[in-house]
Design a protein around this ligand. Structure first.
Ligand code: SAM
Length: 284
């Protein structure tokens, strides 16, 4: 458990209750979201009030039940403390993002990965972000390099916020956002052979989009940044498990894995990973 959480709750929870608290919570702008284990749900008000009182500039605290769910990957939130606001401004690497925590996916825990990809991308590339959400990866990449990015998202709220976020950060000349289902959009030939690099940040389902994404890489080939959820009893086995999975999924293609890493832990013994692959399309 974080020392901070333990210290602010030391007066309100018994020692045996403190041990059940999860180790962290998310701060998104002036909103905090915390998961509370079942045994402590009856103390949710005490826990959320303590966060509200002790974290600077916080306006609202929500309890999140379970993981993100559904096509739009939304959190199930219960308002507990402060003001019931859902729209907030989150800042990362000098960029500002308008986020609605109830109607669109957003995680501050991907910031290191956003930064990593913004360093990998090269000037003049055409990039597709197949599951762009509110546009965080795309804005940070477009701020860093002179590129053209196309965003897809099937969630209308996320799409609208991605358009706004491109404008707020003055990269709307580099980013075009499209509302729709990536599979349907890519099945037409509009995007065939168009991209140097494609992001698939939908770990639960990215495997369903392999064929359609490869079709849209340029004929000379290109990079895929492929996100997965991988089991691993030992953290050290996760990279190997992830690459074994990639070999199964991409078996009929000619590719080279250039990098795999753990992005974050998502549940006990389950990790989100990202693999960078270069696909040699001419050989297909
Ligand atoms: C895990 S979120 C990632 C969002 C964003 N890349 C980020 O990291 O903040 C996945 C996003 O994909 C969108 N999505 C899910 N299925 C989709 C589909 N078939 N076509 C387009 N977008 C989809 C969801 O609405 C959600 O915004």
């Amino acid at each position: 458990m974080s020392k901070f959480l333990k210290s602010v709750l030391a007066d309100n929870l018994a020692e045996n209750e403190l041990q059940y608290l999860y180790s962290s919570y998310d701060i998104i702008g002036d909103i905090a979201i915390i998961k509370i284990p079942d045994v402590l749900v009856h103390k949710k008000k005490v826990i959320c009030d303590a966060l509200l009182k002790n974290v600077k500039n916080l306006k609202a605290v929500y309890m999140q039940s379970g993981s993100v769910t559904g096509e739009y990957r939304l959190r199930d939130l219960e308002f507990v403390s402060g003001m019931e606001i859902y729209l907030t401004t989150y800042k990362e690497y000098g960029c500002k993002f308008l986020v609605n925590v109830a109607t669109s996916y957003f995680s501050p825990r991907l910031s290191t990965e956003r930064r990593r990809l913004s360093k990998l991308v090269k000037d003049d590339e055409a990039v597709l972000n197949m599951f762009a959400g509110v546009g965080t990866f795309s804005v940070i990449m477009a701020k860093e390099k002179r590129i053209k990015i196309t965003n897809f998202d099937s969630n209308l709220d996320a799409f609208i916020l991605s358009v706004i976020n491109s404008k707020i950060n003055k990269v709307d000349g580099s980013i075009s956002s499209v509302h729709g289902d990536a599979k349907i959009l890519l099945e037409s030939d509009t995007y065939k052979d168009k991209f140097d690099r494609i992001l698939l940040p939908l770990p639960e389902k990215a495997h369903e989009f392999i064929d359609v994404s490869i079709k849209c890489l340029k004929p000379k080939g290109g990079f895929l940044h492929f996100f997965s959820h991988v089991k691993g009893d030992e953290k050290s086995s996760v990279i190997a498990n992830s690459e074994a999975n990639i070999r199964k999924l991409f078996g009929r293609y000619s590719y080279q894995i250039t990098h795999t890493q753990i992005v974050r832990a998502v549940a006990p013994r389950i990790y989100q990973t990202v693999t960078d692959l270069f696909l040699v399309k001419d050989c297909i």
